[in-house]
Write a protein that binds this ligand. Structure first.
Ligand code: ZN
Length: 80
């Protein structure tokens, strides 16, 4: 594991109670990691909602498309 990654991981562990579910979002890679008891349960992509500007789990249904099919905006579940 590269040194930078170890540092991030250590920071995550400190922010994360060992016995509980914990969602960690890395804004650099736009990836969320779900941990339980310090173990990785799953990882998924996140996206910034263009309405409320929070980072939320990405799903394809949130894309607001132009008539030509180009994705112009993404809205989270609460904003659709
Ligand atoms: Zn939103």
């Amino acid at each position: 594991m590269p040194a930078a990654m170890v540092r991030i991981w250590l920071k995550w562990e400190m922010a994360c109670p060992m016995s509980e579910y914990c969602e960690l979002i890395n804004p650099q890679t736009m990836t969320a990691t779900l941990l339980k008891g310090g173990e990785v349960v799953t990882q998924y992509k996140v996206e910034r909602c263009d309405n409320c500007e929070t980072l939320q789990r990405l799903d394809e249904f949130g894309y607001q498309k132009h008539l030509s099919g180009i994705k112009i905006l993404w809205f989270c579940g609460a904003c659709r």
